[in-house]
Ligand binder design. Sequence first.
Ligand SMILES: [Zn+2]
Ligand SMILES: [Zn+2]
Length: 336
Amino acid sequence: MKAVVLPAHNQGYRIEEIADPKPYKGEVVIKVNKAALCYRDLLQIKGFYPRSKYPLILGHEVVGTVEEVGENVNDYREGDRVTSMLFVPDWSCEYCKSGEEVYCKNRVLYAQELDGFFAEKARVKASSLVKIPENVSDEGAVIVPCVAAMVYRGLKKAGIKEGENVLVTGASGGVGIHAIQVAKALGAKVIGVTSSESKARIVSKFADYVIVGDKFSEEAKKIGDISIVIENVGPYTLEESMRSLRSGGKIIQIGNLDPSITFNLRLGYVILKDLSLIGHIGANKKDIVETLNLVKEGKIKPVIGSEFRLEDFGKALDLLKENKNRYGKILISNSF
Ligand SMILES: [Zn+2]
Ligand SMILES: [Zn+2]
């Protein structure tokens, strides 16, 4: 089968022909229907995760159909449509037992310690799988584990209440455009902030209000008291995001994942406005199940900007790097 393989740390990627995977105990092999590209893939290629195993198949966002079931797997059978959590928890530590397996210290990540999903088939641990409800498309499911469910848990963590105003920066991007919909599904009024008029046209299909430009706090405050900002950009917008918030407001910090990026935080401002800056990374299985239900109810619709075949992975990557005309999620697909 074909796969996108990182041969060694910081050595780029290759599209290779490799042997089809076989399931070991507790595993299934899926046919990959669709996988989604994520900023983390770019960081991975750039060598930000040196402790990954190599050679490594890239990609951590997937929807597939179970093709072969290994020993000791009772909950899945051939033909089941599934997605996977981004990691495999041990399901036995104190965090896992308390339903916060995202903090599991023994978790192993797909596309880091385990092979990922930019391939025709993939070997997946049954314990990380989630069944996809009927009436949820492959596109609707592939955006859930890393994006929609991650935002869903972030908003729950921030204690979102119905009727509150939520501001989303980077609103047309793969995370932003779905974050708007998750916040609305949880009862918020949503202000989307984006960088151009062409992106604003997409954002306005989902958000209650749209602001274009990087100085957005004054206009945002005129709309109403803003309780939560979903910050998808990082240092370029974080100052304005803090200014936009009401006293006691919260920032859910999602972008930018690049660990080399820093920000000058004015502590006094944070204290005087009683702000919370909440770092946020992932979703638990429960969040994935609940968010898939929101997709099923039609409250979250997948926004797919582009779709590429596996052999055109390079073109997909170029699009991810280029910010101007990009919106929604970029998919790598084995079936159109
Ligand atoms: Zn991702
Ligand atoms: Zn655990």
